[in-house]
Design a protein around this ligand. Structure first.
Ligand code: AP5
Ligand code: MG
Length: 214
């Protein structure tokens, strides 16, 4: 099964992709995580990505299409994957169609998570993650069971993304509205699109997604 999780920054794509990964055995392909790994590696592309991400803008389409094209050829994607953060522009959506057609793969549902803009800002500015295993948390909405200890790996070190401040979030939202929102009707016209209320609690959103894909 190939799914796309679509929606603005902070709508819950990463949170829900990780839950589907566990329950469905699908692989989460987060282009944001891939770019952050490139930043951490210090590569030339990583240095470019750091500037673009901290400005809340988008990386060039050719780079992102190349990254995804190579990634979906890996053996762990053979049983299906969840695209989280890709495609993000019409050229990326068209390139994905072609990549899948060339590999005789069929796109399943495109799940749009709908969340109010002010809730997005609150979600993003309160987000942090485990520095060791990457498990995601939120100051208010998703706290570890034991204060300061990661539920998944027991680490006591956490980090925040450098693009998770209010100013950059506003630029990221503007980029979403200007460049990404137009792919919602693109998938609507193809008949893959399903809208889900992303304002619900995390667990209720998962239940709604499970209902759509089962
Ligand atoms: P990326 O990492 O994809 O960031 P994003 O799209 O801005 O989305 P986020 O990761 O911020 O949010 P999310 O939807 O995953 O929310 P989450 O589940 O964490 O991309 C970063 C940058 O990389 C881009 O700005 C761009 O520069 C570049 N880039 C990436 N892909 C690209 C591409 N294809 N082309 C060009 N450039 C690209 O949830 C957020 C918080 O809310 C968490 O703390 C969570 O606990 C909480 N939360 C989640 N769900 C709920 C809920 N239902 N109720 C309450 N709280 C909730
Ligand atoms: Mg994410």
């Amino acid at each position: 099964m190939i799914l796309i999780l679509l929606g603005p920054p902070g709508c819950g794509k990463g949170t829900q992709a990780k839950r589907l990964e566990e329950s469905r055995g699908l692989v989460q392909l987060s282009t944001g995580d891939m770019l952050r790994a490139a930043v951490a590696s210090g590569s030339e592309m990583g240095q470019q990505a750091k500037k673009v991400m901290d400005a809340g803008e988008l990386m060039p389409d050719e780079i992102m299409i190349e990254i995804i094209s190579e990634r979906i050829d890996q053996p762990d994607c053979a049983d299906g994957f969840i695209l989280d953060g890709f495609p993000r522009t019409t050229p990326q959506a068209e390139a994905l169609d072609k990549l899948l057609a060339d590999k005789s793969l069929e796109l399943g549902k495109v799940i749009e998570l709908k969340v109010d803009e002010e809730a997005l800002v609150e979600r993003i500015t309160g987000r942090y993650s485990c520095a060791k295993c990457g498990a995601g948390y939120h100051d208010k909405f998703q706290q570890p069971k034991q204060d300061g200890v990661c539920d998944v790996c027991g680490s006591t070190e956490f980090s925040r993304r450098s693009d998770d401040n209010e100013e950059t979030v506003r630029s990221r939202l503007a980029a979403y509205n200007a460049q990404t929102a137009e792919i919602v009707p693109y998938y609507g016209a193809k008949g893959n699109l399903v809208e889900i209320d992303g304002m619900l609690d995390i667990e209720d959103v998962t239940v709604a997604i499970q209902g759509v894909i089962s």
